[in-house]
Design a protein around this ligand. Structure first.
Ligand code: PEP
Length: 252
């Protein structure tokens, strides 16, 4: 099955103003029609989504989080039915900063994924977040998180989910961070495919930037990237997209 590469920008709690956010978005929006083999998803802070929904045509929009209920007493949360009218087609779920910093559990991620599927929002599920995890433990961690977050989800639904192999130690802002090498990322992505099947997309996340994007793009098994810090610089982010495009075109 042919799968377009997916390059996802996780802006986290940045940039500081809507006008700067709009400037970055418009640069990417202007270039995005040049993409043939890949798709770009921008996940800005939730407060920018209503404005962004008017500007996007070629890039897709994602939320950085989503509550599983449609409404109710959930202070500070956004529901799937609130996000949908703003052209939000994706939601990052189970990011390590929510798991490790805000106490989000596998069980919470599981109900969020099920809710996203019900509301036709594509879940981007992060696997690999554990404090002080060792590289040699990553398969065990990923297998455990996959089982817990996919509980109750039918096998024939798995192709609707995007997974990200994102070890905490590779995220640029974590202490002593070090990006995974391409071979390790490829191995873990193939491992996730064993559980998730061949048809879903599995991305790599952790300090991807224009200088190292080829390290990941060179492997056909790596279906794209989740990009944090580098995605706030539209030129840097665009170079990453170009790298995945180039490799895909090269492979034909
Ligand atoms: C992230 O936190 O999702 C991420 C990929 O960050 P960075 O690219 O900055 O490591």
């Amino acid at each position: 099955m042919y799968k377009k590469k997916l390059i996802v920008a996780n802006w986290k709690m940045n940039p500081q103003t809507l006008s700067e956010a709009r400037r970055i978005l418009m640069i990417l929006e202007h270039r995005a029609p040049l993409m043939n083999k890949s798709e770009a998803v921008i996940c800005p802070p939730a407060l920018y989504l209503p404005a962004f929904s008017h500007y996007v045509h070629s890039v897709k929009l994602g939320a950085q989080n989503m509550h599983w209920e449609e409404a109710g007493a959930f202070t500070g949360e956004s529901s799937p039915t609130m996000l949908k009218p703003f052209n939000v087609n994706f939601a990052i779920l189970g990011h390590s900063e929510r798991r490790l910093g805000l106490g989000e559990t596998d069980q919470m991620v599981n109900v969020k994924v099920r809710s996203a599927l019900r509301h036709k929002i594509i879940p981007i599920v992060c696997l690999g977040a554990v404090a002080k995890a060792k590289k040699t433990d990553m398969k065990k961690i990923v297998a455990k998180q996959f089982r817990a977050t996919m509980k109750g989800i039918e096998k024939n639904e798995l192709h609707k989910i995007v997974f990200v192999y994102e070890p905490t130690w590779a995220i640029s802002t974590s202490l002593h961070s070090k990006p995974a090498d391409g071979e390790h990322a490829r191995e873990l992505i193939m491992y996730i495919h064993k559980f998730a099947g061949p048809n879903c997309r599995v991305l790599y996340g952790g300090t991807v930037n224009k200088h190292n994007a080829r390290e990941y793009a060179q492997y056909s098994e790596i279906d794209g990237a989740l990009v944090g810090a580098a995605s706030l610089d539209p030129n840097n982010f665009w170079e990453i997209i170009k790298e995945f495009e180039r490799e895909s075109i090269h492979r034909g």
